[in-house]
Write a protein that binds this ligand. Structure first.
Ligand code: ADP
Length: 602
């Protein structure tokens, strides 16, 4: 029972170590001190009582020796003898005859006293044995301690019993006095050992509490914290092990974070969309390119079911197929309809863990829309070129056949046919030259490949005007140039001249007789503006967005009549792009057009 309650007190898994240690200390020290105090009190009591008994015996023996010298007549006044001997002695003395009659007593009158033969200590004494007892005294009315000593004659017969006694109160008072001092010392000792226990418990529990706090911090991710030395060999080595563990964890976590950041940076910077899903099709990861391609929301997508997010379609089918049977790499081309069609090259591969067990699928999306568009442009370009080339070639072949079939007979007709053939041949030449120029310029769209020189713009403007004055005069068109003197810009002169020629020739061609064409160079917002303005036929707004496309012409007949190829403005656009600039157009039908090259400083 006691053990169980002690266990209950000590079974303290949920209580702090300090409490456990301190409680154990208090219990052990209190029990020990209590035990020692109890034992000391008991020993002291025994010592005092046996001391008192020895005193009673010594006194009784001394008195008995004195009494032996005295006659033992019945008429002897024992009372006065005993009273005399009693002087200066603080004990009661009783003399009892062998029949139990009290002959004398220091504390009472024997006349009135009972026969003492039946008293506990007297009985053995009457039989010749010294005896003692503790009991209540009928004569004095208090608790007493007695010692009865038999006195013998020469024949060893008991002649009397001499009894000495102390009041037990006096003895008890001495015992209490000493016991209280022992108990007080015990309590003081218990208190001191409790204080010591408090100090030791704190000393041992504190480092552990600190360790727990730091371990909590480690668990919360603060791995930079360190434990100070804890004061004992075992705790010190535990603290150092924990510090080492935290440092190594910290290092590993940093490595992991670095690897994750690198992987994320890689995925984020990829133009290919990368998606990883688990075996059920739930998203494990999805990079921004994939989100953009699939128009998925930006918020956290992790663990969302991808087929549900996609809501059906060819990619969902591909994903389902890969999830069902994707043990090897597969790839296909898909078209997604998100407003404009999105052409995707999709590759799916199984995701495998370290035991080669498949746990999901990795999908890589390659946007091939631009490639497809370029393919379309290439096809359109080839068909345009073929078409544009076929027309003059067909015409030339037709006239050549006509000449061979007798057209040569009529010199006037033959001359006319030859003129047409020459014109078509020139047209063919123009187209081929423009195509070559275009491809040359396209190859040099990187400004580093330009042949840049400091060009005096007023000089360039005046040369351009001079060169085209004859053609302008033929149509009675006023051609003017305007440029601030000393305007210098770094340009590829050949390319710029080619672009300006195209613009000036167009302006003259598409302006009626008596019109006006102006070439202007100036600087605005840190950009060089080269402007060709005319007051010709202009271009209606529906054509404006397309006039820089290759072979795009507004009025085929008019373009052809002036020897146009439909490539002139495409060349201008590429010249501007090669200089890092752009070309703008403002035009109103029947009022005129302004073409403007806007070039930055390179
Ligand atoms: P082209 O060789 O046919 O002139 P361009 O590429 O130079 O081809 O021009 C494309 C079309 O833009 C022309 O067919 C013409 O209809 C229109 N255009 C170009 N310049 C002008 C202009 N200054 N005024 C009106 N229309 C123009």
């Amino acid at each position: 029972m006691i053990l169980r309650s002690l266990k209950g007190v000590l079974e303290l898994e949920q209580r702090p170590l300090f409490q456990q240690l301190f409680t154990a200390f208090v219990l052990v020290s209190t029990l020990t001190v209590l035990g020692i105090t109890w034992y000391a009190n008991l020993s002291v009591r025994e010592q005092i009582i046996s001391g008192a008994l020895s005193e009673l015996q010594v006194r009784a023996t001394l008195l008995a020796n004195q009494l032996d010298d005295v006659s033992r007549d019945t008429g002897y006044d024992w009372q006065s003898l005993i009273t005399r001997l009693h002087k200066g002695v603080d004990m009661r003395i009783t003399l009892i005859s062998p029949d139990g009659t009290v002959l004398a007593d220091t504390d009472g009158d024997p006349v009135y006293m009972d026969n003492h033969a039946g008293r506990e200590e007297v009985m053995p004494a009457l039989d010749g044995r010294t005896a003692h007892s503790q009991r209540f005294s009928a004569t004095t009315g208090v608790q007493r301690m007695y010692l009865a000593l038999p006195m013998f004659d020469r024949d060893s017969l008991v002649t009397a019993v001499l009894r000495t006694s102390y009041e037990l109160d006096g003895v008890d008072a001495r015992i209490r006095h000493i016991a209280s001092r022992i108990t007080f010392s015990g309590l003081l000792l218990a208190l001191l050992s409790c204080l010591l226990g408090f100090y030791i418990s704190r000393r041992f529990s504190r480092p552990l509490v600190r360790m727990r706090q730091v371990a909590d911090d480690f668990a919360a991710g603060q791995l930079g914290r360190r434990l100070p030395p804890a004061g004992t060999l075992e705790l010190n080595s535990l603290a150092s092990s924990m510090n080492k563990m935290a440092a190594s964890l910290d290092r590993r976590l940093r490595d992991l974070a670095e690897q994750r950041n690198e992987r994320e940076a890689l995925l984020n910077s990829m133009t290919e969309g990368v998606i990883a899903v688990d075996g059920e099709g739930n998203l494990l990861s999805c990079n921004p390119a994939a989100r953009t391609m699939l128009q998925l929301p930006d918020e956290a997508l992790r663990a969302q079911h991808l087929p549900t997010l996609l809501g059906g379609g060819p990619l969902t089918d591909f994903l389902d197929h890969m999830l069902a049977s994707g043990d090897h790499r597969e790839s296909c081309e898909l078209t997604l309809q998100h407003g404009n069609p999105l052409y995707l090259q999709v590759t799916g591969s199984p995701l495998q863990d370290s035991q080669d067990k498949r746990f999901g699928v990795l999908i890589v999306l390659n946007d091939i829309t631009e490639l497809r568009a370029l393919e379309g442009i290439r096809k359109e370009f080839v068909s345009n070129v073929s078409h544009e080339l076929r027309t003059p070639v067909t015409s030339i072949r037709g006239y050549v056949e006509t000449l061979r079939d007798g057209g040569m007979q009529d010199p006037t007709q033959a001359t006319h046919f030859l003129e047409v053939i020459e014109r078509q041949a020139n047209r063919l030449n123009n187209i081929i030259e423009d195509l070559l120029a275009l491809s040359r310029i396209e190859r040099r769209e990187d400004p580093r490949q330009l042949n840049l020189q400091e060009i005096q713009l007023d000089h360039l403007v005046s040369v351009m005007v001079q060169d085209h004055l004859p053609i302008a005069r033929r149509k009675n068109i006023a051609l003017q140039g305007q440029c601030a003197t000393s305007l210098v810009w770094r340009l590829d002169i050949n390319m710029i001249e080619r672009a300006l020629v195209n613009l000036i020739i167009n302006a003259i061609h598409y302006t009626d007789d008596g019109g006006r064409v102006e070439l202007r160079a100036c600087v605005k917002d840190e950009h060089l503006l080269l402007e060709v303005r005319d007051n010709g036929c202009g271009i209606s707004s529906e054509h404006l967005p397309r006039i820089f496309e290759r072979f795009y012409v507004v009025d085929k007949a008019r373009s052809r009549s002036v020897g146009g190829t439909g490539l002139g403005l495409a060349i201008v656009k590429h010249v501007a792009a090669a200089h890092g600039g752009k070309v703008e157009v403002e035009s109103v039908a029947a009022q005129g057009s302004t073409f403007r090259l806007v070039l930055p400083r390179v």
